[in-house]
Design a protein around this ligand. Structure first.
Ligand code: 3HC
Length: 316
């Protein structure tokens, strides 16, 4: 027990609730640091969902068949809905949509590094589905156990939809890997470009993860970044290899004794460059989001005007 727990009965009671596996609900007492951590994580998660629509949304007009187009439209629409659930979850902690949007659009707030990479071919859509949504599912299944009620419940709904996203991507990759030489070449190129950014998206190594100790102590995270990364690699690597694809990590192997997957060194310089706004698509992504926000201003004004008129009518 740290000093702050011994001296503060409220904190002691809070930590006892966490230890019992209870869900903390809006309006319950919580340490300010708990609330701030959740607003940080949940709002950045929501921003990621919004930005995540862009790399795949670009391919909707170019889908190779009506079936693929319909699946991709449904997936991109789901991501928008995930963003809405998550912004609402953050609002239960006192964050306002305006504050979150301002932090997002001015580049103050982070969003997932993975979405700052280009989607150059249709098979990128396939690989994003299998790898990016696959990694996100591992992370989100962990967050579904989160001690904060609204976040964990949002994760349950989101994971159900992500499973469909993951399956449709994997179906395409396996089809192309077993397809024509051109299809195999295309999907191998996508894997070459998306493997490492997908491994990185689960966050820095635990030794470089300043938030993890507090998040784990308060049950916001139930696993560390490296634990989730290992789950992702252990599931995905064997299946990619079985499909006859080459993973662009010559050091990747499974330790015969422990069964753990050992990967090569991660380029954290690249990761931090991307996180700091210097990735291949950061500027393009934020500009697209800022334009969409500006283009939608008239809708917000109309809704605000309507709700003010409605509440005035109720008062008078
Ligand atoms: N991209 C951008 N920033 C990242 C990052 C990434 N992939 N990984 C870590 N960071 C940032 C953290 O935000 C933190 O910065 P901050 O304190 O200023 O916010 C810093 O790097 C140090 O990292 P930590 O490991 O200490 O941070 P966390 O403990 O918060 O762990 C995380 C990082 C695992 C991403 C965690 O924040 C998390 O689980 N977030 C919620 C899930 C989420 O945001 N997922 C993003 C993908 S959403 C998605 O994929 C959509 C799907 O439909 C495809």
């Amino acid at each position: 027990m740290t000093n702050e727990v011994i001296n503060d009965p409220k904190m002691e009671a809070f930590e006892a609730r966490i230890a019992r596996g209870e869900k903390i609900e809006p309006g319950d007492w919580m340490p300010e640091a708990y609330r701030k951590q959740l607003i940080r994580m949940i709002s950045q998660h929501a921003h990621s969902e919004y930005i995540g629509m862009l790399p795949e949304g670009k391919w909707i007009p170019h889908a190779p068949s009506l079936r693929r187009k319909m699946i991709l439209i449904a997936k991109v629409q789901d991501e928008a809905g995930h963003g809405q659930y998550l912004y609402h979850a953050a609002e239960t902690l006192g964050a306002t949509r305006e504050e979150m949007m301002d932090a997002f659009l001015t580049g103050k707030a982070k969003y997932s590094s993975i979405f700052n990479y280009p989607s150059d071919s249709w098979s990128d859509v396939a690989i994003i589905g299998w790898l990016v949504d696959g990694a996100a599912i591992k992370n989100q299944l962990m967050l579904a156990q989160c001690s904060y009620g609204p976040y964990s419940r949002a994760m349950v709904r989101i994971c159900a939809e992500e499973t469909f996203h993951h399956k449709q991507g994997k179906e395409m990759v396996l089809k192309y890997a077993a397809g024509t030489p051109k299809q195999r070449e295309m999907v191998q190129d996508s894997l070459n470009r998306y493997w490492w950014p997908s491994v990185m998206m689960l966050g820095p190594h635990d030794s470089d993860s300043p938030n993890t100790p507090q998040l784990v102590r308060w049950g916001i995270k139930t696993k560390t970044n490296d634990e989730v990364r290992q789950e992702f690699i252990a599931e995905t690597a064997p299946e990619l290899l079985e499909a006859g694809l080459t993973i662009p990590d010559p050091d990747l192997h499974q330790d015969e004794t422990s069964g753990e997957w050992i990967h090569g060194p991660i380029d954290w310089d690249e990761f931090w460059q991307v996180v700091r706004g210097n990735g291949p698509c950061n500027k393009e992504r934020l500009a697209a989001r800022a334009k969409a926000h500006a283009d939608g201003a008239w809708v917000r004004e109309a809704l605000n005007g309507y709700s003010q008129k409605k509440s005035a009518a109720i008062i008078n």
